[in-house]
Design a protein around this ligand. Sequence first.
Ligand code: ADP
Length: 625
Amino acid sequence: MSMGGGGRGSRVSGGDHAAQRAANAQAPRIPNLLPRIAELFRPHRGALAITVALVLVSAALSVVPPLLTQQAFDVGLFPTEGKPNVPVLLQLVGAMLVLWLVSAGLGIAQTALTATVGNSVMAALRVRLFSHLQSMELGFFTRTKTGIIQSRLQNDVGGVAGVLSNTVSSVIGNTVTVIAAFVAMLLLSWQLTIVAVVLLPVLVVAQRRVGQVRARIATQTQESLSDMTAITQEALSVSGILLAKSFFRQSGEVERYRLENERQRDLQVRLAMSGQWFFAMVNVFLSIIPAVVYLVAAWLLQQDVAVTAGTIVAFTTVQARLTFPLMGLMRVALDLQTSAALFARIFEYLDLRPAIVEAPDAVDPDPARRGQVRFTDVVFRYPDAPADAAPTLDGVSFTVEPGRFVAIVGPSGAGKTTIAALVPRLHEVSSGTVEVGGVDVRRLRQEALIESLGVVSQETYLFHATIAENLRYAKPGATDGELEAACRAASIHDTIVGFPDGYATVVGERGYRLSGGEKQRVAIARVLLKDPPVLILDEATSALDAVAERVVQRALDSAASGRSTIAIAHRLSTIMGADEIHVVEAGRIVESGTHAQLVARGGLYARLVAEQAAGYERAASSSAM
Ligand code: ADP
């Protein structure tokens, strides 16, 4: 198939946001979350091992300076007898300087490693998610808002990335710093260490409570971000803006955005503030400790326990250096909970199984029946339709023999587009079979199926790229000559060379505005390049005015020649010459035959023809006035 149609996807209205939010308020439960996260890091085992080694080395090194400080005081500055011992002091200071320089270097190396690992994991995850989503069936995208999907890819993976590259390194670094500090403190004075740590259990309990609150707010924030992306994506797209402008609904869109934005603001403020009282308390506690240490040291001295000035200075220095790593560690625990929620959301998408997959023993079409399309007793219900509703298609059977032109007509909503969508297997039939090239589409190799089909629909999608690039989407290696031949056949070559940049003209959403008929002819040229045995025209000309329609119709006729064609038509004038016309009403084929046979029969087709003729006459007479 050479292009996706579109436009028929369900555009969920603003009212559904609340429901969606309620459904998603909790992060999904994913079994084996931790092993799965660990699995993502597996390719980076080597780098992680080096990181841990570096961290251990710097930790071991960081035990030493406090001991040197103690010596600097007790041996260098205030030796038991005589003046300060300057040579010893110089040696100690020199040793400290070297140690700190080495630690700083190790720190930089650690950051480089963890940033690389974190971002590599994230990048791999993003590609995996993107390619997984590519394999999802069309129905998934009509059910799910584009913005929501984009948000998982951008915000959630991005959120995880932040945690991976910042938090993981600080977890390791801080843990080790804290342990090293405790070791140093114990070596200096176990009595003072006890004083310094009695307050910690209180902090740990409080931290757990704060963690739960923050994780909940973070999940809500992520949901709200995803809703905002969805609104932006819907409202600020070309079709969204057109819709808003044509119904004068801009203020409504702004209001929708404003409300969600306020929610986001409140959540962000709550997120920023939650746990602040707790961190403030931690700060106060930790700042009080030195004072307490002095008091306890005085008491110890009174009890004749030897505590040197160097010990007290070194001890309070280490203890003060403990503050930030300890607080960092507490925050990290919270961040990790948040990122577990993000991982869960990402895994939830990765775990979605596409409803339509290639059969393990898939085969190629039968060369003897190349270009044949056959529907046999096809019944189809949309998966999201109510169970008691009548099926959208009910017992549809017809055959398009190779090279024949078959038209499907009928009132709006009869099921014509649905029939067209079943040929490329965009949906799975509920019962019956759809065969292309003599093989059930469920048994065909997906690639072979898609190669057999070319689709031109009412809504033509051109990428924001040059015309040549858009054309080569159908056949990457096509030569300039092939492009030109296809465009001549599609009656668009002369128009294209008339543009200032010719085939290099950039088209699409933000590019050069092609008219509907021009876009349609580029799309036809794209199909011609692909040269499929089966052509599906889904109301290809229905959006065009009469003049443009005639030009496009000429292009279509040239495209259809030598191929099996299924044309879904609203304007009956375009399919009068069809080899066979099937008239669909409420999901069933009610009449079949040539134009002449069906008109003679005097049934639904004859009525539709009469109605359209009357409509044209009305239009003609009103424009004549
Ligand atoms: P036609 O092309 O003849 O106008 P369609 O094939 O588009 O008709 O639609 C047939 C019926 O299926 C309609 O009642 C329509 O509302 C319904 N329908 C179309 N697309 C979907 C969808 N994605 N989910 C549920 N119902 C759908």
